[in-house]
Design a protein. Structure first.
Length: 288
């Protein structure tokens, strides 16, 4: 079945980004010239998703306003930094159907996905976490790569990336054996935030998934963890046919301050309008 539905969970408390996220939803914190979530919606659109659900907290009105407020069309021909203003809003240029779903109780990623069960309507779907940016390369995105793998194997897909040992305790880490392709893996287990000395590999789940509707029944069977949260990882461990793909796409976890700063710097350096300004700042501050 063709995948057209995407879920973007964006209801987290954003504690790692305090005090910025105390008043501004983490997903709306800007990265260079647009909110972080805009990059994620763009990725879903460019992968062919025409029906996008964004999961927000029950108090959040800002994300809904961003995606549902009409832009005065007299500004379509105006430019900003040499770019037509309308081109910043891919969800208007290539308009998908965007559904805002309220998560009344923030009890983990698994609980967030359960809020979107009716939205999925029995179809396979992609999940893109609202605080992770994967930059496209050569007009191809991480989500496009996921969907290609799903089309090839008709199995759930989890994107992983090699990370340094000192970061292993911050991620879900997979155990695997390799099929024929060097970038595609049969996932045999997932360990959530392991001690680096006990991690089964250095391949971390980075917040991109293709899931089947059967995941909802599994999530409903999962016992909450010690924090009262329903973890997606716990459900994925019960599904034995997950395939992993190793991605080389540039990835940023913009839910923490250091990676968010890095994303602003590196993305700006790839912006032809801002490149010279950043190079000048580097030289002025004697940075190398």
């Amino acid at each position: 079945m063709k995948i057209t539905k995407a879920i973007i969970p964006a209801a987290g408390f954003g504690f790692r980004m305090y005090p910025i996220s105390k008043a501004v939803p983490k997903a709306l914190i800007p990265v260079v010239d647009r909110p972080a979530i805009q990059y994620i919606v763009d990725e879903a659109i460019n992968a062919g998703c025409t029906d996008i659900a964004i999961i927000v907290s029950k108090e959040d009105v800002a994300i809904e306003k961003y995606f549902t407020t009409n832009i005065d069309y007299k500004f379509h021909t105006k430019t900003h930094n040499g770019i037509k203003i309308i081109e910043y809003y891919s969800f208007l240029v290539k308009p998908p159907k965007i559904t805002i779903i309220k998560q009344n109780n923030q009890y983990g990623l698994g609980e967030a996905l359960l809020c979107a069960e009716n939205f999925c309507n029995g179809e396979p779907f992609v999940v893109l976490l609202g605080d992770t940016i994967c930059l496209p390369e050569n007009n191809k995105s991480c989500t496009s790569q996921m969907i290609e793998t799903y089309n090839k194997y008709n199995r759930p897909v989890i994107v992983v990336k090699s990370i340094p040992n000192d970061k292993l305790r911050d991620y879900g880490i997979i155990e695997y054996n390799r099929p024929t392709s060097t970038s595609e893996l049969n996932i045999t287990d997932i360990v959530e935030k392991p001690n680096p000395n006990e991690a089964p590999s250095n391949l971390a789940i980075i917040g991109r998934y293709v899931l089947f509707p059967e995941i909802f029944a599994v999530l409903k069977s999962i016992e909450p963890d010690k924090n009262g949260e329903i973890q997606l990882t716990a459900a994925l461990r019960k599904i034995k046919d997950n395939i992993g793909i190793i991605t080389e796409f540039k990835y940023y976890d913009i839910g923490n301050i250091r990676s968010w700063h890095r994303s602003n710097f590196e993305i700006a350096l790839n912006n032809p309008v801002l490149y010279e300004d950043y190079i000048s700042m580097i030289k002025e501050n004697n940075l190398k």
